[in-house]
Write a protein that binds this ligand. Structure first.
Ligand code: CP
Ligand code: NVA
Length: 330
């Protein structure tokens, strides 16, 4: 092992060295094999874990819950409206209270500042389950999935296509820089990532031999890539933006024409949930309003041999388990 991450927070990948990230991915693979063999080492026995959710979640909530129970911990779900967080009690005071009762805290919500404040005042490990800025546990699952299918991460040609300034684009850019990938954001200029974040990624890339490219050209960005990744065109809390985003992002939809520009063995990844058909309330509403039956990815790509989205979803659990075990386990 050789890595001691005990007591650490997991707020953003920028806080971890490439070796530490690699260690977490390898630990995830190890815990996955153990679970497949029916073994759950119970390294979190007797621990109590708070799961604070300001926004809805399927994967992250279930991953934290199942991983905690597998390892012998007790997870407590604290949803929007269940606790006073920020409403009648400051985030700092809430952090101090929760830190006296719980051994670890997961936060999913809006402001990244909230998760930082929880970490600053709680005195226990805090894990970021998604903020408007970053979604780092998702990136661990994405990288584990790529490693399982391709065998390596360094040098992988990776294109993130779509809303180039959302939490997934930000986290993947930093993660890819840390892991030495050839990373491209392919997005309209209006949705390019913040300049400061790109500068940070490029600085990391100097040490890892990664390359970071931001382009609005699908042809240039996708050519020969090993991985195409996309995410929703409007993130949670941005639903009012759909009309504008559809106009901007329609040329960036992941469809078979785009897949053909990539390597023939290209993997398709998406953090999910995805709008690839009309089988959701929102998907149907968008169809009725704008006549679009698929948004960021076509059903054809989503269901194709290139798509590893459900491996990726499963890996949320193994990677989140690794984060909790590494930072809090016996
Ligand atoms: N990918 C992801 O974070 O999914 P949930 O929003 O369902 O947790
Ligand atoms: N960018 C998306 C990710 C969902 C997992 C959102 O924030 O809604």
């Amino acid at each position: 092992m050789g890595f001691n991450l005990k007591g650490r927070n997991f707020l953003a990948l920028k806080d971890f060295t490439p070796k530490e990230i690699e260690y977490l991915i390898d630990l995830s693979a190890e815990l996955k094999s153990l679970k497949n063999a029916g073994i759950t080492p119970k390294t979190l026995e007797g621990k109590n874990i708070a799961l604070i959710f300001e926004k809805p979640s399927t994967r992250t909530r279930c991953a934290f819950t199942v991983a905690a129970v597998d390892e012998g911990a007790h997870p407590e779900y604290l949803g929007r409206g269940d606790i006073q967080l920020g409403k009648k009690e400051s985030v700092a005071d809430t952090a101090k209270v929760l830190g006296r009762m719980f051994d670890g805290i997961q936060f999913r919500g809006f402001k990244h500042e909230t998760v930082e404040t929880l970490a600053k005042y709680s005195g226990v490990p805090v894990w970021n389950g998604l903020t408007d800025k970053y979604h780092p546990t998702q990136v661990l699952a994405d990288f584990l999935t790529i490693k399982e299918h391709k065998g390596y991460l360094k040098g992988i040609k990776f294109a993130f296509v779509g809303d180039g300034r959302n939490n997934m684009a930000n986290s993947l850019m930093i993660g890819a820089a840390k892991m030495g990938m050839d990373f491209r954001i392919v997005a309209p200029k209006e949705l390019f990532p913040e300049k400061e974040l790109v500068a940070n990624a490029k600085k990391i890339a100097e040490e890892t031999n990664a390359t970071i490219t931001i382009t609005d050209s699908v042809d240039d960005g996708i050519k020969g890539v090993d991985v195409i990744y996309t995410d929703v065109w409007a993130s949670m809390g941005e639903e009012a933006e759909f009309e504008r985003r559809i106009k901007l992002l329609k040329p960036y939809q992941v469809n078979m024409d785009m897949i053909k520009k990539a390597d023939e063995e290209v993997l398709f990844l998406h953090c999910l949930p995805a709008f690839h058909d009309r089988n959701t309330e929102v998907g149907e509403e968008i169809y009725q309003k704008y006549g679009l039956s698929e948004m960021e990815v076509t059903d054809e790509v989503f269901l194709s041999k290139h798509s590893v989205v459900f491996d990726e979803a499963e890996n949320r659990m193994h990677t989140i388990k690794a984060v909790m075990v590494a930072t809090l386990g016996k």
